[in-house]
Design a protein around this ligand. Structure first.
Ligand code: SF4
Length: 85
């Protein structure tokens, strides 16, 4: 029997240690990114955190383009996008 899994999963990783809180990511894609109220760095919104991690998460298909745009706008290029089938 053939495996028919055509759903792709998008993983987003934020290098929070290097974040300068410029706000580009959460302004362009607030569905995925927000500002942590304590350290003021970018983090994944709670709904998409991987095992509770603020820096790493799994984003649904419908938000993949805004997450990609946020990654491309980050001046420090610390948002990494990985897609796996
Ligand atoms: S765009 Fe980059 S530097 Fe700016 S807040 Fe987001 S993660 Fe931090």
């Amino acid at each position: 029997m053939e495996c028919q899994n055509s759903v792709r999963t998008m993983y987003v990783i934020i290098g929070r240690d290097s974040c300068v809180s410029c706000g580009a990511c959460w302004n362009i894609c607030p569905e995925v990114f927000c500002q942590n109220p304590c350290d003021e760095y970018s983090e994944l919104v709670e709904a998409y955190r991987f095992c509770g991690s603020r820096a790493e998460g799994e984003v649904p298909d419908e938000l993949s383009s805004c997450a990609r745009e946020a990654a491309s706008l980050c001046p420090l290029e610390i948002i990494t996008i990985r897609e796996e089938p």
